[in-house]
Design a protein around this ligand. Structure first.
Ligand code: PHE
Length: 464
């Protein structure tokens, strides 16, 4: 098949995709940014940076975004658009066209599973943001100290019913939007709320600058002390690069499958990565000055954002209003990500078993809900139940982000770099310049897989 006729063939099949296509390139950018920007940037990035010693970790994370994240993001969107199916189906179809083994679909299958597991605990954390909205509204942040703020968060975690209720509402909202199809809810949400979140973060950074500890935070985030790096830290940085860009979980492949032909995958991917990284760094700059000003410990773990920011809201002018707005936007940022995380498994269920979208949503919703209970209980009554010394919530997070994502990412870079033919890649990726195309391809073939493998070998202890 000539390139032209094959492109026409894809365009033809594109129009028959059940879910339709994004209405424009801009909407795709917003949706992909909505997927990338979420709890990973505002909740997770600050706390893992705090727990892993700051600057050196941030540097490794940024390197992972550049060398592995961006090229892989491009590859995933490309695979989605060429395959026009759920991740497993798309990889199977592309492998077949390239004359390679159909087993490549297992890489796509792993991604679908990874996303599914992530959503089960992601909804729980999004539930915390939901629970903090009425708290902010009722003025309970006024006069909070480090101690009382910690206690407030502790109270929430100790209340399984409230946590279940909040996580269930988040799951319900996510699945309701997904069930209706993407266009109206999601497109509208990202169009107004993402810019809003960005502005609020800037206000918070402005407030943080008045605490007198901004310099200390800058130093913590950007001055690298390499003695704080270990193989494990590098694995966490790598895992987070995947998590924050929504890679190796099917989300970007699924969104790529709805991308109209003719949109430059390279340009859009780079924009998304810049927005995502920018939001994470801003969150760090908003949070760490408050951490230091209140004598909090940067390494306290998952509660970091929920303990520090309310202190600031309790002190700043218009704090009550800003606090409410902040948690509303955090919730929306989480929802736009959650929607994208649920899309691959729902697309997989409908395409693989030929069931309706609604049935797929109900089936996966039920299983997700049960799994989310495990995470909820791990903060209270089930805290003593541990796997490899970690609670259920921590184990799921650790397994998916630090192992399944890098492993799936490795499979995907190998597939995109070595299995797909150059003509397919070139046509699909839309980089006009020969030089940049070749650089992208080279990075995908050598440095990216090598880097992922090296991190794995290091963690397994091959280097002693
Ligand atoms: N990138 C999202 C965040 O940072 C999370 C996510 C994970 C989205 C996996 C899609 C797929 O919050």
């Amino acid at each position: 098949m000539s390139q032209e006729s094959s492109a026409a063939g894809y365009a033809g099949s594109a129009s028959s995709v059940a879910h339709g296509l994004w209405s424009s390139r801009w909407v795709f950018i917003l949706a992909a940014t909505g997927s990338a920007v979420g709890l990973g940037n505002i909740w997770k990035f600050p706390y893992i940076t705090g727990a892993n010693g700051g600057g050196a970790f941030v540097l490794v994370y940024l390197a992972c975004i550049l060398v592995i994240g961006i090229p892989l993001l491009m590859a995933e969107v490309m695979i989605g658009r060429r395959g026009r199916k759920n991740p497993a189906g798309a990889m199977a179809a592309l492998a077949k066209r390239a004359g390679a083994s159909r087993h490549w679909r297992m890489v796509g299958g792993l991604a679908v599973l990874t996303g599914f597991l992530i959503l089960s605990f992601y909804a729980v954390v999004a539930g915390w943001a939901l629970a903090y909205i009425p708290a902010a509204l009722s003025g309970s942040f006024t006069g909070l100290t480090a101690e009382s703020s910690g206690a407030l968060f502790g109270e929430l975690l100790a209340d399984p019913l409230k946590l279940v209720l909040c996580a269930s509402l988040v799951l319900l909202a996510t699945l309701a939007i997904v069930a209706c199809g993407l266009h109206k809810g999601l497109e509208r949400a990202v169009r107004y709320l993402m810019p809003g979140l960005f502005i609020l973060l800037l206000i918070l950074v402005g407030y943080a600058a008045t605490t007198g500890y901004f310099g200390r935070a800058l130093e913590f985030l950007f001055v690298a002390d390499f003695s704080k790096l270990s193989g494990e830290t590098v694995l966490v940085a790598l895992g987070h690069a995947f998590f924050t860009l929504g890679l190796a979980s099917g989300a970007m492949m699924a969104y790529g499958a709805y991308l109209p032909e003719g949109t430059s995958i390279a340009k859009t991917s780079i924009l998304v990565a810049i927005a995502d990284t920018g939001v994470a760094l801003l969150a760090g700059l908003a949070i760490f000055p408050i951490v230091f000003a209140n004598g909090l410990e940067p390494g306290v773990g998952p509660g970091l954002v929920f303990v520090t920011l309310p202190i600031a809201f309790g002190q700043m002018p218009f704090g009550q209003l800003i606090g409410v707005l902040f948690f509303v936007m955090l919730l929306i940022a989480a929802l736009t990500s959650a929607i994208s995380i649920s899309e691959p498994s729902i697309a997989w269920l409908t395409e693989r078993f030929g069931i309706s979208r609604l049935k797929a949503v109900l089936t996966s919703g039920g299983v997700l809900w049960l799994l989310s209970l495990g995470s909820v209980l791990s903060f209270n009554v089930g805290a003593d139940f541990t796997l490899f010394g970690k609670t259920f919530f921590d184990s799921l997070d650790y397994l998916t982000t630090n192992w399944m994502m890098p492993l799936g990412g490795l499979g995907t870079v190998l597939f995109a770099g070595w299995v797909l033919q150059q003509t397919t890649q070139r046509e699909a990726i839309g980089i006009a310049s020969d030089r940049w195309f070749l650089i992208w391809r080279w990075v995908l073939r050598y440095p990216a897989p090598l880097a992922i493998m090296l991190v794995f070998l290091q963690v397994i202890g091959v280097f002693g």
